[in-house]
Design a protein around this ligand. Structure first.
Ligand code: 5GP
Ligand code: ZN
Length: 117
């Protein structure tokens, strides 16, 4: 755990969150600033700063996160697919440096792509 990481604090229950799913290795919770009708994040409970910092030892938990996504998305109201986003580092405009997979969807198709600035 990293003491000044907000997602570690969410894992520890020091910051409240609206939980979607939890087991011993992963936590899923709603994004505080949702971009669509369904928007939650799935994170490893272990502090991994970003995809750039993930190693072979993290393959199992990252696989678990991806294989959970479809079931959780369906349960949350995205019945026919969803979008996954992993913002990584400065170029990826990552804001929170605890690896997280955004799951974004809803009842209707999303806009085709991220808008150009
Ligand atoms: P990033 O840009 O790093 O991929 O996304 C970080 C996400 O975390 C943002 O979508 C932001 O709304 C969300 N977020 C930041 N702080 C909190 C928080 O304290 N609680 C929750 N539930 N989401 C947060
Ligand atoms: Zn963390």
């Amino acid at each position: 755990m990293e003491t000044d990481c907000i997602f570690c604090k969410i894992v520890e229950g020091k910051i409240p969150s609206r939980k979607v799913f939890e087991d011993d290795e992963v936590l899923a919770f709603h994004d505080i600033n949702p971009l669509a009708a369904v928007h939650f994040m799935v994170i490893p409970k272990k502090h991994i700063a970003s995809l750039s910092d993930a190693g072979p030892e993290d393959a199992a938990v990252l696989g678990k996160i991806l294989t959970l996504a479809a079931r959780l998305a369906r349960e949350q109201g995205s019945p026919d697919g969803f979008r996954t986003i992993v913002n990584t580092g400065k170029i990826g405009r990552q804001d929170v440096y605890h690896l997280h997979v955004h799951i974004i969807g809803g009842p209707n198709p999303l806009p085709r792509m991220i808008a150009k600035e």
